[in-house]
Design a protein around this ligand. Structure first.
Ligand SMILES: [Zn+2]
Length: 319
C-alpha cells in the first residue's frame, strides 16, 4: 500500500518524470527533452527513460504501484487512440496506452495533461476536495480540466473541458479553431501578442520595446506581465483586457457548473495575485450569479510544472 506511482508527463518540448506517494509527496523528479522520432520509436525511448529513472531511484516497474501518463492532446476513450496532438506531429491515431503497456509489460493509465493538472489540484493542491472543480491552463493556448463527482469529466468520448474555446465575444477575434471570439484568441500567446502590437504602434515609449531588445518575436504574456508590474501603460491595458476576458470565462463556468473551485494554472500565473488573480475575481464577481460566485473559491493553482506528473500518479492511485 505504501508503493510509489510513476507519473510521466509527455510535453511538446520536455518529458517530466516523478515518483509520487499516495499522499502526493514527490520523492524523485527529473526532466529530459522529448524524443523527436516517430511515435512508436518515441514510446520505446520514453519507456527506456522511465526504466532508467526508476533504476536510479532503486525501483523497477514491478516494485511500484503503477504508471500514469499525461499527454498533450485529446485521447479517444472509446478506442484508446490519440485523436489529436497539436504539439506532437504524427501522433494522431496512435494507440499510446497500448504501445506503452506492451513495452513495459503492464497496464498504464493515460489522460490529457490539462485533465491531470485539474486532478492533481483536486487531490493535493489549491482545490483539494473542492467538487466540482474547473481549472484553466493559461499557456500558448488555453485549455482546461473539470473534476466532477471526484473524477475527471470526459464527456462522450474524452473531448470535454475545451474551455479555452468558449466564445466570449461573438463578433470577436478569429481563433485558430475557426470560431470567432474564443477566449484563447485573447489570452493565448498569439492573441496577447496581436493585441499588444496594436497598442505598441501608438506607444513608442513603452517599456516593452526595451524588454524585447530588438527581438520582436519575444513579445509574449510573460513580457507583458513584467512591463505591467513596472506600471507600463500599454502592458497594463493588455493585462486588464486579459483578466476581464478570464473573469467572463470564469463566470460562465461558475454559472453553468456551480463549481466549488475555479483555478488558474500555467505560465501566466507568474503574473501573481495582484496582476492576475484579483482582477479576474473582480470581473467574475460582476458577471456570475451572486449565490454561485459566493460559494466558489477562485485561486491560483499550486502544482506548477509538476502538475502533470502529480496528476498522472493520482490516476494510478484512483484505480
Ligand atoms: Zn477557438
Amino acid at each position: 500500500m505504501n508503493k510509489l506511482a510513476l507519473g510521466i508527463d509527455i510535453g511538446g518540448t520536455n518529458i517530466k518524470l516523478g515518483l509520487v506517494s499516495r499522499e502526493g509527496g514527490l520523492t524523485e523528479f527529473d526532466q529530459t527533452a522529448t524524443p523527436k522520432s516517430d511515435p512508436e520509436l518515441s514510446v520505446a525511448i520514453i519507456a527506456g527513460i522511465a526504466e532508467e529513472f526508476l533504476e536510479s531511484a532503486g525501483e523497477n516497474f514491478d516494485s511500484i504501484a503503477g504508471v500514469g501518463i499525461g499527454f498533450p492532446g485529446s485521447i479517444d476513450r472509446l478506442d484508446g487512440k490519440v485523436r489529436a496532438a497539436p504539439n506532437l506531429s504524427g501522433w494522431g491515431g496512435i494507440a499510446l496506452g497500448n504501445l506503452f503497456a506492451e513495452r513495459i509489460g503492464q497496464e498504464v493509465f493515460i489522460d490529457n495533461d490539462a485533465n491531470l493538472a485539474a486532478l492533481a489540484e483536486f487531490k493535493w493542491g489549491a482545490g483539494k476536495g473542492l467538487d466540482p472543480l474547473v481549472l484553466f491552463t493559461l499557456g500558448t493556448g488555453v485549455g482546461g480540466g473539470i473534476i466532477l463527482n471526484g473524477e475527471i469529466f470526459h464527456g462522450a468520448w474524452g473531448g470535454a473541458a475545451e474551455i479555452g474555446h468558449q466564445t466570449i465575444d461573438f463578433n470577436g477575434r478569429v481563433c485558430k479553431c475557426g470560431n470567432r471570439g474564443c477566449i484563447e484568441a485573447y489570452v493565448g500567446t498569439k492573441g496577447v501578442a496581436a493585441r499588444t502590437w496594436e497598442l505598441l504602434r501608438e506607444d513608442k515609449g513603452s517599456l516593452l520595446w526595451e524588454l524585447m531588445g530588438g527581438e520582436f518575436d519575444s513579445l509574449d504574456a510573460r513580457l507583458v506581465g513584467v512591463a505591467a508590474k513596472d506600471g507600463d501603460p500599454t502592458a497594463l491595458i493588455v493585462a486588464g483586457e486579459i483578466t476581464r476576458a478570464l473573469g467572463v470565462a470564469a463566470a460562465n463556468m461558475i454559472n453553468v457548473l456551480n463549481p466549488a473551485s475555479v483555478l488558474l494554472a500555467g505560465g501566466m500565473t507568474e503574473w501573481g495575485e495582484e496582476l492576475l488573480l484579483k482582477p479576474v475575481i473582480r470581473e467574475a464577481r460582476h458577471r456570475a450569479l451572486k449565490s454561485h460566485f459566493r460559494s466558489c473559491k477562485i485561486a491560483l493553482a499550486t502544482a506548477g510544472i509538476k502538475a502533470g506528473v502529480l496528476g498522472a500518479a493520482a490516476l494510478v492511485f484512483r484505480q
